[in-house]
Design a protein around this ligand. Structure first.
Ligand SMILES: Cc1ncc(COP(=O)(O)OP(=O)(O)O)c(N)n1
Ligand SMILES: Cc1ncsc1CCOP(=O)(O)O
Ligand SMILES: [Mg+2]
Length: 515
């Protein structure tokens, strides 16, 4: 059905969203089936509509029950979607009755799509039968001839071929050829269950050439839903217009990365757990996430690191951050101006561990890429860095974004761009940042008054002037950010404690004033 390499865009719209319709069963445990398909399509950036063929009661132990959706109602769902939406690719999973295979077949003839991906689901990965032998004839006669690709595992390929034993890569090649003779334009025989194999080998056959697609086997219990996810990723790539072999390769790479990323997850008590194709769950699995969102009071004693000062005093970044936190720092920013990317990332990962263990947010100065790579709590950007609006898009809604502002106009823009706080300064002259304009206490006050956001003051602030800064009398000034006062000192711990005492005194004085 698919014209190879043809871009799948409609004539009338440049805004066509690639669209996969999955026709499959629901998995209550959400590792496989419809739920896996939706996640896979989301992960590949493609819209996914759904026709549910069966509802399974299922978890990581196995399949406890199956309720097949009446074929008329499967037909109704198909009609609803296909008559209204511009579907590029249909992907099939669990088709539990011959009636449903027939209904699908009729719908595809009435509403042709650009490609059909058939994952001939018969047995779940836990070994439960999801489609009996009566379906085999329907698959062979009606569905395979329409398919652009079929993606059987060894058991499914064997069943489609009447019980043929498949134990070697050579057997897989023969099976791929025989299956291709049944009508699909491409065949991917998945060798995940191949005995005695260090590699995971899949055999792809396009009717002319064989490709052995190898990757190292990932040791994990979390493989539930790999078949559904792979077929959906292939469908998603085809919907975007990829040629078949490229779609298969990209899909395999995505699923392998997902398995590797999720290999230590513990979801459910059974033998086979789900995995995460969206790459979002690891921080929970490692118990390294911050439960609370941004709290403006975290700006109270804001420690900003400096690689040059650490070098001068012969300390590691982790020792410096650890001492600042012990002394009372309430938020940390890594500002490592003369460190290479790799060193910065390593430092960020190590500091994140320390900060997380104390419940202190860690922000990264300037480098959104480093913040994303180590899953830091956010970033601080200046007026000539990555614009806050773009940083927000890259980092998502939860991460903390701070923006340097010297004027009310900049403060207004930071609010519009979705920043969480403003860093305003230099309040006093500083040697830490070259050519930095000093705004003074008046400039700080003007920014605070004009701003809807919480503000932290920065620049030349020490234990001797912090009280005057905090006493300018504006409620959204939440704290001071300091570099040399903490890090250009023999004892970071003592210096941080000193500043903490001053800030607490200033806070209690302002409480007394308001009562
Ligand atoms: C809390 C805080 N406020 C201001 C700055 C300065 O950021 P920027 O203007 O981008 O300058 P550099 O720090 O990148 O030199 C900050 N880092 N932190
Ligand atoms: C990064 C920055 N932005 C404005 S002033 C400044 C430097 C602050 O360093 P210090 O606390 O040593 O004056
Ligand atoms: Mg900057």
């Amino acid at each position: 059905m698919q014209e190879d390499k043809a871009p799948m865009t409609s004539d009338h719209s440049k805004l066509k969203i690639p669209h996969v319709l999955t026709v499959a069963g629901s998995d209550s445990g959400a590792g496989a089936g419809i739920q896996a398909d939706i996640k896979a399509c989301a992960a590949r950036g493609v819209y996914c509509s759904t026709v549910i063929t069966a509802v399974t009661a299922q978890n990581t132990v196995g399949v406890q029950g199956v309720n097949v959706v009446p074929e008329d109602f499967v037909g109704e769902q198909l009609k609803s979607v296909l008559s209204d939406m511009e579907v590029d690719v249909v992907k099939t999973g669990m088709l539990p009755s011959i009636g449903i295979v027939n209904v699908l077949n009729q719908s595809l003839r009435e509403f042709p799509v650009q490609a059909l991906v058939v994952d001939p689901v018969m047995v779940s990965t836990s070994g439960d039968v999801l489609a009996g032998p009566s379906i085999l004839a329907g698959f062979r006669e009606d569905l395979l001839p329409l398919a652009d690709i079929i993606t059987p595992n060894l058991k499914e390929a064997s069943a489609l071929l009447g019980g043929q034993q498949l134990e070697t890569v050579s057997d897989m090649r023969s099976a791929a050829k025989l299956l291709h003779d049944m009508g699909p334009r491409n065949v991917l025989v998945k060798g995940g269950d191949l005995p005695d194999s260090l590699d995971a080998v899949d055999v792809f056959f396009d009717g002319q050439d064989f490709y052995e697609l190898r990757s190292s086997r990932i040791k994990t219990r979390n493989t539930h839903g790999t078949g559904c996810s792979l077929a959906s990723c292939i469908a998603a790539e085809l919907a975007k217009g990829s040629p078949m072999l490229q779609a298969v390769k990209v899909a395999k790479r995505h699923v392998e990365s997902g398995l590797d990323y999720s290999k230590d997850f513990v979801i459910g008590n059974g033998v086979q757990g789900p995995f995460d194709l969206l790459f979002r769950l690891k921080s929970y699995a490692q118990n390294s996430w911050r439960q609370v969102g941004f709290n403006p009071n975290d700006l109270f004693l804001y420690a900003v690191t400096d690689s040059r000062m650490n070098k001068k005093w012969g300390r590691s970044i982790t020792d410096a951050v650890g001492a600042a936190i012990e002394g009372g720092a309430t938020i940390v920013q890594l500002r490592e101006k003369d460190v290479e990317t790799q060193g910065f990332l390593e430092a960020a990962k190590a500091c994140l561990k320390i900060c997380r263990s104390h419940g202190i947010p860690l922000l990264i100065n300037d480098r959104i890429d480093v913040a994303i790579a180590c899953d830091a709590d956010g970033v601080h950007v200046g007026q000539s860095d990555m614009p806050a609006r773009i940083a927000r898009t890259l980092l998502g809604p939860e991460k903390i974004i701070g923006v340097s502002c010297k004027t009310p106009e900049q403060a207004h823009q930071a609010w519009i761009d979705g920043a969480d706080y403003i860093g305003c300064g230099g309040v006093y002259p500083t040697n830490t940042k070259e050519n930095n304009l000093t705004v003074g206490l008046d400039g700080l006050k003007a920014v605070c008054v004009a701003s809807k956001l919480p503000v932290v003051a920065i620049g030349g602030i020490s234990a001797s002037n912090a009280c005057s800064v905090m006493q300018i009398g504006v409620p959204n000034l939440k704290g001071v950010a300091v570099v040399s006062t903490l890090f250009d000192r023999e004892s970071i711990l003592t210096a941080t404690r000193e500043l903490h005492v001053v800030l607490q005194e200033a806070a209690s004085m302002s409480v007394q004033r308001t009562h």
